[in-house]
Design a protein around this ligand. Structure first.
Ligand code: SAM
Length: 251
């Protein structure tokens, strides 16, 4: 599985390549990551990748052509023989809001077997953004990591990479970990506790010490429902609760 990033700052990606779950997955070869810097495709000796906006105004705009060439090279690398052409994604504050269901959709073709397998090319913008014509012709989808503006798409691309990698088979120590996380079943996760049993006067809920797995499972489901109801009622509105969940919510 291959993820290519088109970026002016490949060094930033050590945050995902050198640490934690994503770092381990890359070391184990579960996924490969490579970078294409549009500067390498600039046509002048200054390696210019931006220019002033038509119509005037502040800031600079990324030139279409170095990006087009960088995307083509990245796409070729990310598309293995017999696979579908890699999907090109532009990280943008104007894109679809990225949620866990979108992350699952992005991870699925990466983890699929041939011929359904599909690599990813992530385009990180800078400055005021990218010449619109490049987006119209070379990009398959735009995703936003939230309603705020970052200085560049690298952090957003790293968010996508980290969230996607932890869903790939073998990336997490325990196969069920991702399935129990917030959003995987549409709810927030339940609270977690570890040693000591009593910390600064606050005790672990007794049910978790009971050894009764049925009660523990019900308690966790109820907590997840309760916190979702309190903190994110919008999530509950989108869900159809099963019988046990309706009962737990009513208790
Ligand atoms: N002028 C653009 C606008 O207002 O829509 C913002 C450009 S921003 C300063 C530079 C780059 O950061 C963008 O091209 C995009 O790649 C990235 N970026 C900024 N905010 C983002 C967000 N919320 N999600 C994803 N990418 C973002």
């Amino acid at each position: 599985m291959r993820i290519a990033v088109v970026t002016l700052f490949p060094e930033m990606f050590s945050a995902v390549t050198d640490f934690g779950v994503s770092g381990r997955a890359l070391q184990q070869g579960l996924v490969e990551l490579a970078y294409w810097n549009p500067r390498q495709f600039a046509s002048d000796r200054h390696q210019t990748v931006d220019d002033r906006p038509y119509g005037g105004g502040p800031g600079m705009v990324m030139l279409a052509d170095p990006l087009r060439q960088a995307i083509a090279a990245a796409k070729q690398w990310a598309t293995a023989e017999g696979e579908m052409p890699a999907q090109v994604i532009y990280l943008s504050p104007q894109g679809h809001p990225l949620g866990q269901s979108a992350v699952v959709e992005l991870a699925a073709p990466l983890a699929a077997t041939r011929p359904e397998r599909r690599g990813l090319v992530l385009l990180a913008g800078r400055y005021e953004g990218v010449d619109e014509r490049l987006l119209e012709t070379e990009v398959d989808a735009e995703w936003s990591i939230g309603d705020y503006v970052l200085s560049g798409g690298e952090l957003a691309a790293m968010v996508v990479i980290d969230a996607v990698i932890r869903l790939l088979p073998g990336a997490l120590g325990h196969a069920d970990s991702a399935a129990q996380d917030s959003f995987s079943d549409g709810l927030l996760d339940c609270p977690h506790y570890t040693r000591p049993e009593c910390y600064r006067g606050r005790s672990v809920p007794p049910v978790l010490l009971s050894g009764d797995h049925g009660r523990i499972r019900r308690w966790r489901r109820q907590q997840a429902l309760g916190r979702t109801w309190l903190r994110r009622p919008d999530l509950l509105e989108k869900l159809t609760l099963d019988e046990e969940q309706q009962e737990l919510l009513a208790e």
